[in-house]
Write a protein that binds this ligand. Structure first.
Ligand code: ZN
Length: 282
């Protein structure tokens, strides 16, 4: 314990010296307006709530809403979208997954919450998803899909944003099925969401290294609880090291301290009947 304390003092000193060296992130031109992000996301969220089993556990929702609100408040000013409306729902599914829709709705699988060891790890996944939202990666992807005449029907676009098995389930529930072309974010979008996510975490009082740890946990899980999240959010290369490198340029602002609430929700989820697996597509 003594050694750790000494080490953390050294780290704190190093961090304050290198403060302000966070990697700059660009805003891309987007053919959708922010209001269209909101409208599309709201339609898609309604569809998600119909197609996927929601956990509907108030204590769990309060926790994720609390973490989410801290993160949203910590979005750097130049990436804030006043029109966006954030919501945080928990899906009763065992896969380690999470996704966020344009304009703000975010969905977290119960399996992700149960695989996380700390609230900082949950915050890591949420900060990454939130970064996709504020950088408007979903509608940037949808704009690519439109070039291929896939149209802008919510279910199609939603499938392209959500991707993987979950995306298949949702797009099958809509009028038209979706191909697999646009299920993944590009590695460049992933790199940006990792970096901005780390920056948002630090500003919110969460340790960004825990995002790297959570992604490593996700990578190490296999089998039926396999990392669908990874297929939708491909490793931009040396992800663990890159996030930790960014974290070393950041100063964590205070402590978010949702730890006790996280422990209690973790225990609560463990006592419920196991979460079902997401029904496979095809
Ligand atoms: Zn991602």
């Amino acid at each position: 314990m003594k050694r750790q304390t000494a080490a953390s003092i050294v780290v704190t000193v190093l961090l304050s010296v290198s403060l302000g060296a966070a990697t700059p992130i660009q805003q891309r031109r987007n053919s959708f307006t922010p209001a269209e992000d909101v409208r599309l996301g709201r339609q898609a969220a309604a569809e998600v709530r119909q197609q996927l089993p929601m956990l509907n556990d108030r204590a769990t929702e309060i926790l994720v809403e609390r973490i989410g609100a801290r993160l949203v408040a910590a979005v750097p000013a130049r990436f804030r979208q006043p029109a966006f409306r954030y919501s945080f729902d928990v899906v009763n599914a065992r896969e380690i997954n999470a996704f966020a829709l344009p304009g703000g709705p975010m969905f977290l699988n119960r399996g992700m919450l149960q695989a996380a060891r700390t609230d900082d790890e949950v915050a890591g996944v949420m900060a990454h998803e939130l970064s996709h939202v504020v950088l408007r990666h979903g509608t940037l992807q949808a704009a690519k899909a439109q070039k291929f005449q896939l149209g802008a029907i919510a279910g199609q676009v939603l499938g392209s944003i959500v991707g993987g098995r979950t995306g298949q389930v949702i797009s099958q529930g809509s009028q038209v099925g979706l191909g697999t072309y646009f299920m993944k974010y590009s590695r460049e979008y992933e790199r940006e969401a990792d970096l901005l996510g780390a920056q948002i975490m630090a500003r919110a009082g969460y340790d960004p290294r825990q995002m790297a740890n959570m992604f490593r946990t996700i990578q190490q899980r296999g089998g039926s609880q396999g990392p669908e999240w990874l297929s939708d959010h491909p490793d931009p290369g040396n992800r663990y090291a890159a996030i930790n490198r960014e974290a070393a340029t950041l100063t964590v602002a205070g402590s978010a301290d949702t730890g006790p609430a996280f422990e209690s929700v973790h225990a609560r989820l463990a006592q419920m009947p196991p979460a079902p697996a997401t029904r496979r597509g095809n």
